[in-house]
Write a protein that binds this ligand. Structure first.
Ligand code: AMP
Ligand code: MG
Length: 294
């Protein structure tokens, strides 16, 4: 922790001490899935709030601050135009991918952000290698790419629903790890999140989708079939994370039953990575003292 500056306290009359600055690196390290280790997802409480002891209100307050940091980061990344960031969101249905994109990444300027949802592959997608459609959507220099589902579906749904034989999906772990390493080497910061909800929370969210006419469009009967294979999906997630969480492209398992904690956790980790990247505005020394002519 950095020493606190007494001048940074907003009101000298306030009896509360200024809030401790969160150590984003330590927080991310705590949440990161270790490379080559099978994560014990069942032991991660989806309703937990590790690294945070405040309530919903405090979480929302910290999120507002983090969103300002994220916006500043993006502006500098865009101005610098030398590097990029790729954020991968994976979750079971109703796990909160859409909400996270709205509530956390809504902080970014849409001009520099590209969100891609990956659904059932098209005929053209299937006629290529599985990374073909993915690679086309990676962010160019200066941009942030957000994947709502991703190439990981090719080792999740494809594996569990038996859409391809094991001889096809098993080699993909290594293919993914190598492909992501290439992205990182070329200047893309890669962050991968599994939003981890409980089966009971999914049931509540599905029920809400049915009960609220304005949410009914989100419900898909197919999701019920997927739900029946919860354990198989957890196994598939665990192996995917074990085999593809790397120092360069780490996975984070985020307890996501509480939306306010999920948003805070993702925002903290992305803001921490943003601090590390530390993009800067180009200095343009040739412009110093230049006066715009009439
Ligand atoms: P949604 O996220 O609700 O729009 O649903 C997208 C659907 O596409 C999900 O049911 C995914 O499992 C499915 N999907 C995404 N990628 C693949 C893939 N590579 N192979 C098969 N199904 C996929
Ligand atoms: Mg769906």
């Amino acid at each position: 922790m950095s020493p606190k500056d007494p001048k940074s306290a907003k009101s000298p009359k306030s009896p509360k001490p200024p809030r401790e600055k969160v150590d984003l690196d330590a927080y991310a390290a705590q949440m990161r899935a270790a490379p080559g280790v099978r994560p014990d997802i069942a032991s991660v409480d989806p309703a937990g709030t590790p690294g945070f002891d405040g309530d919903k209100k405090a979480a929302r307050k910290e999120l507002r601050k983090l969103r300002r940091d994220l916006f500043s980061f993006q502006t500098r990344l865009w101005a610098e135009r030398k590097r990029s960031m790729l954020i991968v969101l994976q979750a079971m249905d109703a796990g909160g991918k859409d909400g996270t994109i709205r509530k956390v990444f809504g902080a970014f300027d849409p001009q520099g952000t590209e969100v891609t949802g990956f659904g059932v592959p098209t005929e053209a997608d299937l006629a290529h290698d599985f990374l073909w459609r993915i690679h086309q959507r990676t962010p160019r220099d200066g941009r942030i790419g957000i994947f709502n589902r991703s190439h990981y579906e090719d080792v999740l749904v494809v594996r569990v629903a038996d859409l391809a034989p094991e001889s096809v999906w098993r080699p993909r772990y290594q293919a993914i790890a190598e492909w992501e390493r290439g992205l990182v080497e070329e200047g893309t910061t890669v962050l991968k999140f599994m939003l981890h909800i409980s089966r009971e929370e999914q049931q509540r969210r599905f029920q809400k989708r049915i009960d609220r006419p304005s949410k009914r469009w989100k419900f898909s009967e197919g999701d019920l079939a997927v739900r029946q294979h919860w354990g198989d999906y957890m196994d598939a997630y665990a192996e995917a994370i074990e085999r593809t969480s790397t120092d360069g492209a780490p996975w984070y398992v985020i307890p996501a039953d509480h939306k306010w904690y999920r948003d805070l956790a993702v925002a903290r980790i992305v803001a921490g990575a943003a601090e590390q990247m530390h993009p800067r505005y180009p200095k343009r020394p040739e412009l110093a003292g230049f006066v715009i002519p009439d």
